[in-house]
Design a protein around this ligand. Structure first.
Ligand code: NDP
Length: 376
């Protein structure tokens, strides 16, 4: 017979007490967990524990697919502001890795009316722990995705972080009209590719800065095929030739929105292309170098510098607002205007997961690494 325990879990970037049933169901959860911070391959481990029994007020879900995002890696390293809850999972106190994924509802308690068996859901907030086969909890932990006709499991598993970040940054900082330019670096990142496609669907033009590489021509073509207006390497960015080229492209109307995924020197260089009263939004720091800003950009050009964090947006906005965004994004996906990100399957076993998480932040990868927890 089970009883209820209270456990401290992450919610809205804070920790709150939650009551759990300790009675076990027949299902064994397999998960990638960690009990202390450090190098992912050293602290992550495979763990099995019994799924808590269904109660009248809870649901059971089974995970279909979960990606490995850069923030997940930072979180395992202890370098991410959203700290996971280290909960009692069977015989271990641990946190389940991962923050994003799509799951299917497989059972609902008799008092649950907001979800039904077969619904596909995403996590209601960051920090849930998605590298696991199953989870049990109140329906408020999950949010159903809108119906779609043409959205793959990969698109559903990766919708809450990258496409949502691109969508919000294009919508919330500068009132843009069709024909306006947006400039971004990290143009080849999953966020960058979502920016390219959403901007194109909304009639916006994009200048996309990417790292130079031997196969730059094929990358350029790939991003143009997605809808990029121009693709520029970080080496070209500060040159005289590029400055005069861009002047021609902008034709007196320079971008009023810049999106910075990278930081460092090329991010400073990119800010120089913004027009007066423009907005520059930093959401990533892939180069791990500080962003240096000439005072003139603030004093004379009156550029406003912002930070954006999807986790904060989700905490501060209602589930209905989030659903509206999902509907718009799924609408674009259904029309093939927002495609599946480049992705690579990670086998659902300890070694493959450790390797993938270690590699997950290094760039020049084959695309978003995705694990299918229940399929193997
Ligand atoms: P991806 O794994 O898809 O892409 C990572 C990108 O970073 C690649 O384009 C890669 O370039 C680039 N990169 C890696 N290392 C460097 C480096 N040293 N210098 C310059 N560029 C580098 O990542 P995501 O799209 O999932 O995320 C991109 C960034 O955005 C991450 O920092 C992530 O944490 C952040 N992010 C922030 C969010 C927020 O709410 N603030 C939400 C979502 C993401 P290349 O193509 O050349 O390999």
């Amino acid at each position: 017979m089970g009883f209820f325990i209270r456990s401290l879990v992450a919610q809205n970037s804070k920790h709150v007490w939650r009551a759990y049933s300790t009675a076990a169901s027949d299902t064994t959860v397999k998960a990638m967990v960690y009990s202390s911070y450090g190098k992912p391959s050293e602290v992550l481990r495979w763990h099995t524990y019994p799924l808590p029994s269904l109660t009248d007020d809870t649901v059971h879900v089974r995970f279909l697919a979960s990606p490995i995002n850069p923030a997940d890696v930072n979180q395992v390293q202890g370098a991410y502001p959203l700290k996971p809850a280290f909960e009692q999972l069977g015989d271990a106190k641990a946190a389940v890795g991962g923050n994003e994924g799509v799951a299917e509802v497989v059972a609902t308690g008799k008092n649950v009316s907001s979800l039904k068996v077969g619904d596909q859901v995403v996590m209601a907030r960051s920090g849930y722990g998605t590298w696991r086969t199953h989870a049990a909890g109140p329906p408020e932990d999950f949010q159903p995705l809108p119906q779609s006709t043409n959205t793959s499991v990969i698109q559903k598993a990766t919708i809450t972080v990258n496409p949502c970040t691109a969508y919000r940054m294009l919508k919330d900082f500068s009132p843009l009209k069709p024909g306006d330019y947006v400039i971004q670096n990290g143009g080849n990142s999953a966020v960058g590719q979502a920016v390219i496609q959403i901007a194109k669907a909304w009639g916006l033009k994009t200048v996309n800065v990417v790292r130079n590489r031997p196969e730059i021509d094929s990358l350029r073509q790939e991003l143009m095929d997605l809808g990029a207006t121009h693709v520029v390497t970080d080496e070209e960015l500060g040159t005289h030739e590029m400055r005069s080229k861009m002047k021609g492209w902008f034709d007196g109307k320079p971008p009023l929105l810049g999106l910075n995924c990278v930081g460092g020197k090329s991010a400073t260089e990119m800010a120089r292309y913004l027009g007066h009263n423009g907005h520059y939004v930093t959401y990533g720091a892939m180069a791990r170098a500080p962003l240096t800003l000439p005072a003139s950009m603030l004093i004379f050009k009156n550029i406003t510098f912002h930070g954006f964090w999807m986790t904060r947006w989700t905490d501060q906005n209602s589930a209905d607002e989030r659903l509206k965004m999902f509907e718009d994004l799924v609408g674009l996906m259904d029309k093939n205007q927002l495609r599946e990100p480049r992705w690579a399957k990670v086998e659902w076993n300890e070694d493959a997961m450790k390797h993938a998480v270690d590699a997950g932040i290094q760039g020049f990868t084959q695309g978003k690494q995705v694990v299918f927890p229940t399929s193997s």
